[in-house]
Design a protein around this ligand. Structure first.
Ligand code: ADP
Ligand code: ZN
Length: 291
């Protein structure tokens, strides 16, 4: 079966054709320009590829409530050209196939939970730490949506005692994204994150913030697995530091087989850069099945 997948980001759109078994048959990417340019280009790409359904994982905030009149649209976004842009509708109309829609990070969470690091669990969290911070939450086997969708990047944190940085988020002085996303690291230290690899103090502060986010998730959602993705996590030396701080912050309050073995509980993704598109493909398969 040929399933279309579209991972929509602020800088690029990744287009792919996948199978129902999680193989990627073909993959391409185009820059994200204004919708009137980019949407028709993507439609043309998929039109030539004989797909049976399409799954879209898109940057947010987006409207996921199926009974809302603007279901399937980007809503209010800092990427102004995309404000109030319908995404699902033009694809449905042009391709005449079922179209599934979710956030980019929810799609990545679904990808990893289906074919990657969190497969076999019913409750998992995928955290991306890149240009922004996002949480995709799978709860009892379903993607958690709620009134909109979780915006875990903006949970509020305690500041690190040695961190004088004012934060990068225009809305909150002390949210996770504003303190720990790639741009925050670069702004705090005046250098690209990749050039800070050997500076322990950088990763000590980073780990302190990511660990707080994880501990709050553990307490609130009781996940069976936590997957850490996104560009910043290419600094894999930070992962053991995060685990150590999580253990300390939990304070011995909980004891489960998972928490007794944090090396296999807080892990890196297994699908390389394909978790997003593979998650989109899975969402499309589910959409086909539900119709
Ligand atoms: P996006 O979030 O835009 O989809 P990424 O997940 O690649 O893309 O995140 C980009 C951010 O991650 C940038 O702020 C960049 O500084 C940071 N980043 C990318 N690669 C690395 C790396 N190898 N080490 C540290 N930081 C990185
Ligand atoms: Zn914020």
């Amino acid at each position: 079966m040929r399933i279309g997948a579209l991972e929509g980001g602020g800088t690029k759109m990744v287009l792919a054709v996948c199978t129902e078994n999680g193989e990627v048959l073909e993959r391409a990417s185009i820059p994200t320009e204004e919708p009137a340019v980019t949407i028709p280009r993507m439609i043309d790409w998929f039109k030539e590829r004989d797909i049976e359904a399409l799954g879209i994982g898109f940057f947010g905030p987006i409207q996921l409530n199926r009974s809302a009149s603007d279901y399937g649209s980007v809503t209010k976004t800092p990427k102004l050209a995309w404000t109030n842009t319908p995404v699902v509708k033009p694809f449905e109309e042009a391709l005449g196939i079922p179209v599934a829609f979710d956030t980019d990070v929810n799609a990545a969470a679904v990808g990893e939970a289906t074919w990657g690091a969190s497969r076999g669990t019913e409750n998992s969290i995928y955290i991306t730490i890149g240009t922004g911070v996002g949480f995709g939450i799978i709860s009892n086997g379903k993607v958690l949506h709620g009134m909109l969708h979780p915006e875990g990047g903006h949970i509020l944190l305690q500041k690190h005692p040695k961190d004088t940085y004012q934060g990068h988020c225009p809305f909150h002085p002390n949210c996770l994204e504003g303190l720990a996303a790639g741009p925050a690291i670069e702004d705090r230290w005046g250098k690209k994150a990749i050039e800070l690899a050997d500076r322990d103090e950088v990763w000590e502060i980073e780990a302190f913030y990511v660990a707080q986010g994880i501990v709050d998730c553990i307490m609130l959602l009781s996940p069976e697995k936590i997957v850490l993705g996104g560009g910043v996590m290419h600094q894999t030396q930070v992962v053991p530091m995060i685990r150590e701080k999580v253990k300390k912050m939990l304070g011995g309050y909980l004891s489960t087989s998972q928490l007794d073995n944090l090396d296999s509980y807080i892990v890196l993704p297994e699908l390389n850069d394909n978790q997003g598109i593979l998650g989109c493909a899975k969402l499309a398969l589910d959409e086909l099945q539900n119709r």
